[in-house]
Each structure stands twice: as structure tokens, then as C-alpha cells.
Design a protein around this ligand. Structure first.
Ligand SMILES: Cc1cc2nc3c(=O)[nH]c(=O)nc-3n(C[C@H](O)[C@H](O)[C@H](O)COP(=O)(O)OP(=O)(O)OC[C@H]3O[C@@H](n4cnc5c(N)ncnc54)[C@H](O)[C@@H]3O)c2cc1C
Length: 339
């Protein structure tokens, strides 16, 4: 029997202080990841603070600088189908709809999506050693079954990947995560929100203890004209990415003026390399140009046996997705192009 206390927060401050005063306090939003982790005996909250009564976190609103604020409690589906997201940030809409199932996306929230944990088999098996779950116990994935695992940014302590689709688009769009905690409010650029495992793989992100995500802010540049999300996986639905690519391009006079490329399924965080984007500027959008970018994005990529295929798969996906971004109208949600 797991005994726990439950409270439904009536304000952001109350939610923050309820979690901050309990060593094992946790927020719950849609519960689609937290409840799974609990059932697998991987987390043991003593105090569950339900965020679902916080109406101020349930809105999508325009920002004075032309950006958009996505409330942390807005569901993934409500976000993906919001008219302003579809019109101005279709890349984000596509990445969200590439994830999970309609039922799960109706419950899953934007804040919870950012904080979902890895799908590493060893992490989910409470009987296995795992440095992410039990620091110092080892990483059996390095020499074990590692088909899903990282090829970039991994460490000798952990080769797990971060599974969110939505966050790959947020990385490409350079979103900002707004949080409130016991020390007050702050903003975290998405590039600094998730972290590489290093010697502390148990920490997925840079949130402080008791910090609550209040919103995700999108800047005005949405790459609505030229974008694509390519998610490659074992099944065409209800599966996490083996490799995914979010590409946004601004094109003028047949030349790339601005490029963003973020990879999912390959590292402990969405993977971006600024030099790979800079090399595309002033070039015509050709397979050869995207191949140069791919070489920079994948520099130093390492396979661990079962996941060796990901390196070539990612290279081809970057090139293919760059070309697909030129005409988003040709893309069907969930389409699987040949590589
Ligand atoms: C079968 C299945 C398939 C899936 N497939 C995909 C997929 O293909 N792609 C994909 O991207 N995702 C996928 N998911 C993951 C799903 O998107 C996440 O479980 C979901 O987004 C988590 O949101 P939630 O609101 O349910 O979070 P919860 O489960 O409620 O919480 C998750 C974590 O976030 C914390 N939290 C929640 N909200 C806040 C907040 N505002 N501030 C601070 N902390 C908070 C909780 O304390 C908890 O630690 C899948 C899930 C399932 C179950």
C-alpha cells in the first residue's frame, strides 16, 4: 500500500508551497506519465498536488511582441488544434500530433510533456540497475539492448534519450519556459531547460526543487511557410521516435535566410548545433546543402551496437526533412516517406 496525501491547488502560490514543504511532493497534471511511473514503482509521491484547478494555466494568449503564450495546463491536443498555433506555428502542431494517441493527447498537458521521463527499458525495469533511477548502480544499456538509445551527448553513466516530440519543435522555435518556484518566477530558454546526462543522469532538466512550469512562450518567428517534422519509428502511430527532425526555414529569392534544425530520439535533450544552421544561410536549399548541415549535426555521433543504424538514419532524415520543409502542403500527418 502506497499512502499519499492529495490536494487540489487553488492558486499557483499554494501549489508551489504545497510541493516545496514535502520532500516527496509532486505536481500532477494529466497524469499520463506520472501514474505510469508510479505503477512501475519508479516514483513514490507522498503528496500529490493536482494542478487541474488552476484556470490561469489553461489559456493560449497572444504576446505583445507577436509571440504566443501556451499555458502549462493546456492539453496537447487543444494546443495542436488551436487556430493560432495551426496558422503561425504549424511545425509545433505537427510535432504534437505525431505523438501518442488522440486520447492521451487529450489528457497530456504542455507542462507535463516537457517533463516526461525517458522510455529506456532499463529505467522502467525497477529490477535493473540504472544510474538515472538509482545513481551509482550502473547503466546496463551501454552493453545491453540499446536500439532506442542515444548517439549524441551521452555519457559513460547514461545513454538514455529524451522522448518528447513537442520539445523538438520547441527547440527549433527557440521557445522560453516560464516557471514559478519558492524563490520566485524566472524564464528558461528551452535550450537550457533539458540537460545532458553527464555524471548526474538522474536530473533530466534544470528546474529547481518545487518549481512549477506556468507557460511556454513562443517567439514571433514561426516558420509557417517552410517547415517539416519527420518522425521515424517502428510503427506509424503510438510509438516513440527512433529519430525525428524538426526543420524550419526562411527562404528569400531561392536562398535560405534563416534555418533551424532540431533532432529528437538521439540524445538526452533535443539536439541542435548552431553551426549546422549557420552553414545553410545564403545557400540554395538542396540535398547537398542539408547533407553539409547533417555532417555538423552528427559530428561525434557514436553507436552502441543495436543503435548504430541511427547515425545513417538521422543523416538521411535531416536531408529528407530539409527538402520536405520547402513545401509543407505536400506533407500528410504521419506520412512515412522512403529514405
Ligand atoms: C502510451 C503512451 C504513448 C506516448 N507516446 C508519446 C509520443 O509518441 N510522443 C511524445 O512526445 N509523448 C508521448 N507520450 C507521453 C505523453 O505525451 C506524456 O505522458 C504527457 O505529455 C505528460 O503530460 P501529463 O500532463 O500527463 O503529465 P503528468 O503525467 O501529470 O506529469 C509528468 C511530470 O511532469 C510534472 N508536471 C506536470 N505538469 C507540471 C507543471 N506545470 N509544472 C511542473 N511540473 C509538472 C509532474 O510532476 C510529473 O513529474 C506517450 C504517453 C503514453 C502513456
Amino acid at each position: 500500500m502506497n499512502n499519499f496525501n492529495y490536494t487540489k491547488a487553488e492558486s499557483i502560490d499554494q501549489a508551489v508551497s504545497a510541493v516545496a514543504t514535502q520532500s516527496e511532493g509532486q505536481f500532477i497534471a494529466g497524469g499520463t506519465n506520472l501514474i505510469d511511473l508510479w505503477k512501475y514503482d519508479l516514483t513514490h509521491p507522498e503528496m500529490l498536488v493536482d494542478l487541474n484547478g488552476l484556470s490561469e494555466l489553461k489559456a493560449i494568449s497572444e504576446l505583445p511582441d507577436g509571440g504566443l503564450r501556451l499555458g502549462a495546463l493546456v492539453s496537447n491536443n487543444a494546443t495542436a488544434y488551436h487556430p493560432l498555433v495551426q496558422e503561425r506555428y504549424p511545425l509545433l502542431s505537427r510535432t504534437i500530433l505525431a505523438g501518442a494517441t488522440a486520447q492521451i493527447r487529450n489528457s497530456a498537458t504542455n507542462g507535463g510533456n516537457l517533463l516526461q521521463r525517458t522510455r529506456c527499458y532499463y529505467f522502467y525495469d525497477a529490477a535493473s540497475p540504472c544510474n538515472k533511477r538509482n545513481p551509482g548502480s550502473g547503466c546496463p544499456a551501454i552493453t545491453g539492448h540499446n536500439r532506442l538509445h542515444a548517439i549524441l551527448g551521452e555519457s559513460e553513466h547514461c545513454i538514455a534519450v529524451y522522448p518528447s516530440d513537442m520539445s523538438v519543435a520547441l527547440a527549433a522555435l527557440e521557445a522560453t519556459v516560464r516557471v514559478t518556484g519558492p524563490e520566485g518566477a524566472r524564464e528558461i530558454p528551452i535550450a537550457d531547460f533539458h540537460r545532458l546526462p553527464g555524471a548526474e543522469p538522474a536530473r533530466d532538466n534544470t528546474l529547481g526543487a518545487g518549481e512549477l512550469i506556468t507557460s511556454i512562450d513562443l517567439p514571433s518567428t514561426g516558420f509557417a511557410d517552410h517547415h517539416s517534422y519527420l518522425k521515424l519509428r517502428d510503427r506509424n502511430s503510438y510509438a516513440f521516435a527512433l529519430v525525428s527532425v524538426a526543420t524550419g526555414l526562411e527562404i528569400e529569392g531561392g536562398r535560405i535566410r534563416n534555418a533551424r534544425i532540431a533532432l529528437g530520439g538521439v540524445a538526452h535533450k533535443p539536439w541542435r548545433v548552431p553551426a549546422a544552421e549557420a552553414i545553410l544561410v545564403d545557400k540554395a536549399p538542396t540535398p547537398e546543402a542539408f547533407a553539409e548541415a547533417a555532417d555538423l549535426l552528427l559530428a561525434g555521433a557514436t553507436g552502441y551496437g543495436h543503435n548504430d543504424f541511427k547515425i545513417e538514419l538521422a543523416r538521411r532524415a535531416i536531408i529528407r526533412n530539409g527538402m520536405m520543409a520547402l513545401d509543407p502542403s505536400t506533407q500528410r500527418p504521419g506520412a512515412q516517406p522512403s529514405l
